[in-house]
Design a protein around this ligand. Structure first.
Ligand SMILES: C[S@@+](CC[C@H](N)C(=O)[O-])C[C@H]1O[C@@H](n2cnc3c(N)ncnc32)[C@H](O)[C@@H]1O
Length: 441
């Protein structure tokens, strides 16, 4: 029953037709000259849930459009929107217990306002209930939806009254399910198929971890957890440190260093691993840093300039298209190819809460197909004895172990090393496999 309701809700969660008709635009137009933080979040949630906009892009757009939000307010907006998206499965479950109107029949903007209030009531201790409730009600009034206010008010106040009991339920053993773990049913079942219940619980709890901050590769080339706006610090601006998750830092370290090496990173934006490789190999090497998306190359260039790297060639290229310059007499001529493929990102859901909304098993299948197309092309460029590194920031076996087996059964490689990182141990979930190309018999 619960499952059925939430599935229906998921079906309507992206009203893509609205994105095309522009109907949803109405909710992005300012209600007032300057929005309050919560008003901004309600509208942002609308674009994430109803129009399928990625959360980080919605935040970026909001901050560009509303420069009056200072650093503190931006942090608050980020916390509210990330938390509401992260917990939406639980918020909808509680709303459905207290509302006579089914979630899927609620006016979408009302649903966003209610989700935001319930998130604050249940998960943010420092926010007084009247602030959590009243700002949403005021927003509805401003949108001329006064008729919905008594309903919203009653539901929210009842949820607040039962707060302790509801939170207790989330902790109970029988709630070690999709709702208790704040995962959509499809993702919960998918992880359970790959990892079994116990590990799925461990993984999903790591997604919800409150441990703040992120990792940098510091002056000594070591991982260091930091917080705050490192991008404004001198050590970042001068190129002494780079923002990179712990597991991603391991990739370039797998490379067999060699004078004058020729290296390709075929999926390289924003350039974290390509720049790491370029700095480890030194100026005698050349690193071709490519990405299919022309409009992402500036991200690699920014990193290259900040780090003062002179041995990189940054180019737009679809990795599925064969490039003859990396073949000599039909044989590869590169020392190393890094294939850090586009993936479902299940290892980074802790940071990108809205990946929950974009997950589907069919999506994983089509990503596997894309990954194999890329691999089939770029594996040719490696010279005998050279190295191929395959990596993803996901946990699905289809995109990791199955692709490892695909490489071993289709191409002349032997596995040198592989590792899977689970989320929260202590970095993001990640996978890599390093292969050596066999010499021709
Ligand atoms: C996981 S990200 C790469 C992260 C990067 N290696 C780093 O460490 O910063 C995958 C990248 O692959 C790119 N991509 C997707 N399809 C591609 C294709 N067919 N050819 C080349 N790049 C592609 C995406 O634009 C995305 O930037």
């Amino acid at each position: 029953m619960e499952t059925e309701k939430r599935d229906k809700n998921k079906k309507r969660s992206f009203r893509r037709e609205k994105r095309q008709t522009g109907e949803g635009q109405a909710h992005r137009e300012p209600v007032l000259q300057q929005k309050t933080e919560r008003e901004a979040v309600i509208e942002l949630l609308y674009s994430v849930f109803e129009e399928g906009v990625f959360l980080h892009l919605a935040l970026r757009r909001l901050f560009a459009e509303a420069p009056y939000f200072d650093t503190r307010k931006r942090a608050f907006i980020t916390k509210l929107s990330h938390g509401t998206v992260e917990r939406y499965i639980q918020l909808d479950y509680f709303l459905s217990l207290y509302s006579k109107t089914p979630i899927e029949k609620m006016k979408p903007i009302l649903l966003q306002a209610m989700r935001l209030s319930v998130y604050q009531l249940l998960f943010l201790d420092k926010i007084p209930p009247h602030a959590a409730i009243n700002e949403s009600l005021n927003y509805l009034k401003k949108r001329k939806l006064q008729g919905l206010v008594p309903f919203a008010n009653a539901v929210l106040r009842n949820i607040n009254k039962d707060k302790e009991r509801l939170l207790e339920e989330l902790k109970s053993k029988h709630r070690e399910d999709a709702i208790g773990l704040a995962l959509p049913d499809a993702l919960f079942s998918f992880l359970k198929k790959d990892y079994g219940l116990e590990d799925t619980i461990r993984i999903a709890k790591a997604f919800l971890s409150e441990e703040g901050g992120f990792f940098i590769r510091n002056e000594k080339g070591e991982g260091e957890r930091v917080s705050g706006n490192i991008m404004e610090e001198e050590r970042f601006l001068s190129g002494d440190v780079t923002i990179q998750d712990l597991s991603s830092q391991e990739v370039a370290k797998l490379a067999h260093l060699k004078e004058g090496a020729k290296i390709l990173d075929c999926c390289s934006a924003p350039g974290g691993k390509a720049c790491h490789l370029a700095s480890l190999f030194g100026e005698s090497a050349v690193v071709y840093a490519r990405d299919e998306k022309q409009d992402k190359l500036y991200l690699i260039e920014e990193n290259q300039k900040r780090l003062g790297l002179k041995n990189m060639r940054i180019e737009a290229w679809d990795a599925r298209v064969e490039d003859l310059q990396f073949l000599e007499n039909g044989e590869g001529c590169l020392d190393l190819v890094l294939c850090d493929v586009p993936c479902s990102g299940l290892g980074v859901i802790g940071k990108k809460a809205d990946l929950r909304l974009h997950f589907s098993e069919e999506g994983v299948k089509s990503l596997q197909k894309l990954q194999r197309e890329i691999l089939s092309t770029v594996q040719k460029y490696v010279k005998p004895g050279g190295q191929l590194i395959y990596s993803t920031c996901t946990l699905s076996k289809a995109e990791n172990e199955e692709n490892r087996d695909y490489i071993l059964s289709h191409f002349p490689y032997k596995l040198e090393k592989e590792k899977k990182f689970y989320p929260g141990e202590p970095g993001d979930g990640f996978y890599y496999a390093s292969f050596i190309k066999k010499a021709k018999a």
